[in-house]
Structure formats: structure tokens, C-alpha cells
Write a protein that binds this ligand. Structure first.
Ligand SMILES: *Cc1c(COP(=O)(O)O)cnc(C)c1O
Length: 360
């Protein structure tokens, strides 16, 4: 059986060494020493100013929205995981969907301005599959229209754009450290910003809005534990190796699918990619589903990631976005994890190439 993702787990002795430390001092949560150590090491690794570790990537988005004081319309992408739009809805803001660029699959910056109204306060864009958004285009629209920019970087750990972490763009970025993501703490996430004042607000929001006897704002519980930080401290030194392994597997896929007129991810110039996902776009939904069934019969489990397009969710309907709706019906994420063998990738690809993949 081959699953779409497989969680990397460090050697158990390494985790046990951290557990011993926790048992020695008895501090298990509330910004403990391992949480602080992980935050510092992540800041150094990523080259960012502030990084606030929290309980998951969804609460990271919600805290970012709350800390920026957003209350009205937020322009966002329909092609993402449901957590992106749900965080906007949970913060009582209104999502306004703008369709995606068929090449990067990220929000189409050229279509943002026509969606701006007097109620627009921010743009929440996603670096889809870890491919950076048009940060330049989005940044200039935001500056001109005085909008805040949040990047959902749940897929973008370790991704660099022109030599700098993609988390250095916008007012604030978030990441997910869920077990299915490239770097994980079992459950977890982070909020990243270079703005000192905003970072302080985020820290207050993470812990009920107060620090000791001083109350600042309507906060939530977004903290994470020492046990989760310990997993992160075990995994962080392995990230470069994990990216290297994944790159190798990504290249096998690219080579083996090259003859099939497939549409797979293109890594733009200037991007140091993290090889987080391998989505393949088929010529029709029917072909994609047939392919999926064939792979399943062979013990290979893929994921419709992302489906449905978020503007057609049952709990929230937005305006139509033809490109996103079309791509989300035809896309399938193929298995990608650090320990896939060449024979396994070959087996997957021989099924996939029996179907005709096509351009978006
Ligand atoms: C995984 C993911 C999230 C949510 O992160 P959790 O840590 O699972 O809460 C948000 N946005 C995107 C794009 C994701 O893939």
C-alpha cells in the first residue's frame, strides 16, 4: 500500500531525550523552554524576525486576521484547503473569491483590483503547493489600495524566493506544522511577521489576550506544548535531507511522466522549491476518477487536493471562479514522501501514463 503522504518520524531515542528533559523540569506547556528553543531555531533556519509557534495552522490564520483587526471583506483564493476560507468565516469576515492563475494555481493578481470594494480590508493569498504567489503584484496592489496582506504558507516551509524565505513577504505569513506537512510537530503551526508591534499583539492573542495580570485584547488559546515542540526539534535538523529526498522523487515523477503531455508543477525562476506536493492535472474529471480507481485497485492512495473549489462549498457559496472550479475537478495529488522507491514511482507512473494528461 502506498499512501499520498507519510509522516516522517525521527528515531525514537531522539524524541525520548527531549521527553527526559521535560520530565526533569516538569514544565509541559505555556511557552516552555522547548517551545522557545524551537521558535529561535525556526527563526534562524528561515531567516525571519518573529515566529510565534501555535497549536495549528488554522488558529494561526485566525490569530493573524484578529491581530490585524480585520472585520469586513477579505479577498482570497478558491483554490486551497478549506481551512483558508473557514478561518475568514470564523473571524466573522466576508471572503471574496478571486480566480486563480492557471500556471501557478495561486490567486491571479491581475484580477484582484476588480474585486476591491469600499469594504475590502485585506488579501489572504495562499502559496499553493509551496509555489510562491505573485508577491510583487499583490504587494503593489496592497500598497496602492492600503490593504493588509496575509500569506497562508501552510505548504511553503523552506521555500525561498530570490534567496529569501517566502515568509518574509506581506504583513504576516502563517504555516502549518501538521503531520501531513513537510516539516511537522504532529499538530502545530506558526505566525511569522517582521513587524514588532504586530508580533506583540499576536503573542497576546495566542494566550487568552493577557500576560499575567495585564489584559490586552480578546485572545484565544493558540498555545502549543513542550511535547509538540520536542517533535519539531527532532525534525528540524532533518528538513534539508527530507527536501533532498523529495526532490529526487519529484524528478523521477517529472521524468517518467514527461511523455504523457501531463500538466504538472512548474517551478518558476528564482524559486527554491521544497518539493512538498506532486499534483497532476488530467484532461477531464472522468479520466482523473478512472485513474484514481485504477491506482486504488493497485493499493495506491491519492488525494483530490484541492476539491471542491472553495467558492462551491456547501456551507459557503461564493461567486463563480471558472479556472479554479475546472482545475479542482481534474487535479489529483500523487503520493510523495521521503521513502518512496524508484520502483514504486515507476509503478504509479505506468498507471498514470495509461491515461492522457493534458494542459490546464
Ligand atoms: C494544512 C493547511 C491549513 C491548516 O493547517 P492545520 O495545521 O491543519 O490547521 C491551512 N491552509 C492550507 C493551505 C493547508 O494546506
Amino acid at each position: 500500500m502506498i499512501n499520498v503522504t507519510k509522516t516522517y518520524l525521527p528515531p525514537i531515542e531522539e524524541y525520548y531525550d527531549y521527553l527526559k528533559k521535560i520530565w526533569e523540569h516538569g514544565w509541559v506547556t505555556n511557552n516552555g523552554p522547548l517551545v522557545q528553543e524551537l521558535e529561535q531555531k525556526l527563526k534562524d533556519y528561515l531567516g525571519v524576525k518573529h515566529l510565534i509557534f501555535c497549536s495549528n495552522g488554522t488558529i494561526a490564520l485566525q490569530i493573524a486576521i484578529k491581530a490585524l483587526g480585520l472585520k469586513r471583506e477579505i479577498i482570497t483564493t478558491p483554490f486551497s484547503y478549506v481551512a483558508t476560507v473557514n478561518s475568514i468565516l470564523w473571524e466573522n469576515c466576508t471572503p471574496v473569491f478571486v480566480d486563480i492563475d492557471p500556471n501557478t494555481l495561486c490567486i491571479d493578481a491581475n484580477k484582484i483590483e476588480e474585486a476591491i470594494t469600499e469594504n475590502t480590508e485585506a488579501i489572504l493569498a495562499v502559496h499553493v503547493y509551496g509555489i510562491p504567489c505573485d508577491v510583487k503584484g499583490i504587494g503593489s496592489i496592497a500598497a496602492k489600495q492600503k490593504l493588509k496582506v496575509i500569506y497562508d504558507g501552510a505548504h511553503a516551509f523552506g521555500v525561498k524566493l530570490n534567496g529569501t524565505s517566502v515568509f518574509n513577504f506581506g504583513d504576516v505569513s502563517t504555516c502549518s506544522f501538521h503531520a501531513t506537512k513537510l516539516f511537522h510537530t504532529v499538530e502545530g503551526g506558526a505566525i511569522i511577521t517582521n513587524d514588532d508591534e504586530l508580533a506583540q499583539k499576536i503573542i497576546h492573542h495566542r494566550q487568552f489576550g493577557h500576560s499575567g495580570d495585564d489584559y490586552f485584547c480578546l485572545g484565544v488559546n493558540g498555545k502549543n506544548s513542550e511535547m509538540h515542540a520536542a517533535m519539531g526539534l527532532c525534525n528540524l535538523p532533518k528538513v534539508d535531507w527530507l527536501i533532498k529526498k523529495r526532490k529526487e522523487i519529484f524528478m523521477w515523477y517529472t521524468r517518467l511522466l514527461a511523455g504523457s503531455r501531463n500538466k504538472t508543477l512548474e517551478i518558476p525562476a528564482g524559486v527554491e522549491y521544497n518539493y512538498a506536493y506532486f499534483p497532476a492535472i488530467f484532461s477531464s474529471e472522468r479520466e482523473m476518477l478512472a485513474m484514481r480507481k485504477e491506482l486504488e485497485n493497485d493499493g495506491v492512495f491519492t488525494r483530490r487536493y484541492f476539491f471542491p473549489s472553495l467558492n462551491s462549498l456547501p456551507h459557503y457559496k461564493g461567486s463563480t471562479c471558472p479556472v479554479s472550479e475546472d482545475v479542482s475537478r481534474r487535479v489529483l495529488s500523487l503520493p510523495l514522501s521521503h521513502d518512496l522507491t524508484y520502483e514504486e514511482v515507476e509503478r504509479i507512473c505506468s498507471s498514470v501514463t495509461s491515461q492522457v494528461l493534458t494542459n490546464v
